[in-house]
Design a protein around this ligand. Structure first.
Ligand code: GDP
Length: 466
């Protein structure tokens, strides 16, 4: 990969940070990148008996970190030197693994800074990796997705992107367009040189690229769910078993279960893992008219989470006749992504299920007993399908994020305009403008085209040391 050629985006000083989470741990790592890192390492790292170390690249050395001014030993550990460009950032990199103690790591970092490094900004190591052409922008974003992933499914998706799955797709679409653009531009001065078959080829390539963009855009909702987690709201009238269902899903008693209607005063939000999808699940406060202020607030929040939810679990008591309130809830939410959950199937059935299902014929259904766990696994499978739609969870399959979506939507619009212009036989230089814009927009996904604004937005979400 090429080094980015915008000199304004580079800084050449040496950066350092604690790369591991701040807390107590078996080891903690101080990472340094830049021209001075080997000279700093040589000044502070000593073998037993305080002998100087001869560092060779990509080898770990056991020794001690010593303050060269005071002679005080700060800690012992392993130091590794990676000579650029064969390193994470593409520059010289040093990683010193020490004991995972906050004061030790801070002291070593202070020492490194005293000897000429500066504290790294958020995500600056990965930013340098991008600027030095070690990874592209979609891969840099994948590093962040990977660090933030909460389930192994999310992690494997991020790994696929880090390996370049999305970049490959976008590159080939962009290259195809670049070829079209080249032939279009070559003919601007001699438009009569493009014959019918030339037009046909241009149209074909543009259509192929549009299809690819469409395919990628279709992954955006699932991409968001896998990255950020889905919001699922449990609703239903009081006492149908919403809190019990939340408990069954959590498999631990977090929500308070009581038999007094309306005792769940507030929305409760919990993080769960539904067959690999990170899910924030909200148990709502029972959609009754509020009596107290606290309950009113809870109901307010309930409505908000229902509106924002990716999926609604509407719980009903199958051991009691369906009430008007049940029906109202079904009718109100039938247009949403909803599962009708018939609970208490361990008891004698009294609900007219067939009749209620007619009110929302397209809704998915589940039969459960929240208290003894029957049907919970099946409900999770139904939730999984409802959240992922037709998407199959193939490892490494490309899933775009909202930034990619914006770029792809723009590219798609430009290609639509190009198609219209081609159909109208507009002057070919107009077509070339649309094609150029589309190429630019695709380039933004992988960072071929990049501004400081895009970079700071992406890397500000990182933590220091990454
Ligand atoms: P919520 O008001 O909808 O949150 O309902 P709760 O979860 O607090 O449950 C109300 C009552 O129904 C409690 O006494 C639960 O033990 C009971 N309950 C919930 N689910 C089941 C179930 O599957 N079977 C039976 N037999 N009782 C249940």
């Amino acid at each position: 990969m090429r080094k980015r050629n915008n000199p304004d985006l580079f800084s050449h000083d040496t950066i350092a940070a604690i790369a591991t989470p701040l807390g107590q741990g078996g080891i903690g790592v101080v990472r340094i990148s830049g021209r001075k890192c080997l000279s700093i390492l040589k000044k502070i790292f000593r073998l037993k008996g305080r002998k100087a170390v001869k560092f060779s690249t990509h080898k770990m050395t056991y020794g001690s970190v010593v303050d060269p001014d005071s002679g005080v030993i700060l800690d012992s550990g392993m130091a590794a030197f990676m000579r650029g460009p064969s390193s994470y950032t593409g520059e010289d990199v040093v990683e010193i693994s020490l004991h995972g103690s906050i004061p030790i790591l801070k002291n070593v970092l202070d020492l490194v800074v005293r000897l000429g490094a500066r504290i790294a900004d958020k995500g600056e190591f990965t930013k340098r990796a991008f600027l030095n052409g070690k990874i592209d922008l979609a891969q840099a974003e994948a590093v962040l997705d990977l660090i933030k992933s909460r389930t192994s499914f999310s992690a494997s998706q991020a790994t696929g992107q880090l390996e370049g799955a999305l970049s490959k797709d976008v590159h080939s679409a962009r290259n195809r367009l670049l070829e079209v653009l080249t032939s279009v531009e070559a003919s601007i001065d001699f438009p009569e040189d493009i014959d019918a078959s030339g037009y046909k080829n241009i149209n074909k390539s543009v259509a192929k690229t549009q299809q690819k963009i469409k395919d990628l855009l279709e992954t955006s909702d699932v991409g968001r769910v896998v990255r950020e987690g889905a919001l699922v709201a449990i609703i239903g009238r009081p006492n149908v078993g919403k809190s019990s269902l939340l408990n069954a899903l959590l498999r631990e008693e977090r929500a308070i279960v009581t038999s007094d209607p309306g005792t769940t005063r507030d929305t409760l939000e919990e993080g769960i893992n539904v067959l690999g999808i990170p899910v924030r699940i909200v148990d709502t406060a029972g959609l009754r008219k509020a009596k107290g202020e606290a309950e009113a607030k809870g109901i307010d929040r309930t409505h908000r989470s229902i509106n924002e939810a990716d999926l609604i679990l509407l719980v009903m008591d199958s051991s009691a006749p369906i009430t008007r309130q049940d029906k109202e809830l079904i009718i109100k939410h039938s247009g949403k992504n909803i599962i009708l959950v018939f609970n208490k199937i361990d008891k004698k059935a009294k609900a007219d299920v067939a009749k209620i299902v007619r009110l929302a014929p397209n809704a998915k259904r589940a039969r459960i007993s929240a208290t003894n766990g029957t049907g919970i696994r099946k409900l999770e499978e139904t939730m999984y399908k409802a959240l992922l739609g037709g998407f199959s969870s193939d490892i490494g399959k490309v899933l775009i994020n909202s930034r990619h979506k914006q770029c792809l939507v723009r590219a798609g619009e430009e290609l639509n305009a190009a198609t219209v212009a081609l159909a109208k036989k507009d002057p070919i230089d107009l077509v070339s403008i649309n094609l150029k814009e589309a190429v630019m927009a695709l380039g933004e996904v992988t960072g071929e085209v990049v501004t400081e604004e895009i970079l700071s937005k992406i890397f500000s979400e990182f933590c220091v040391g990454k």
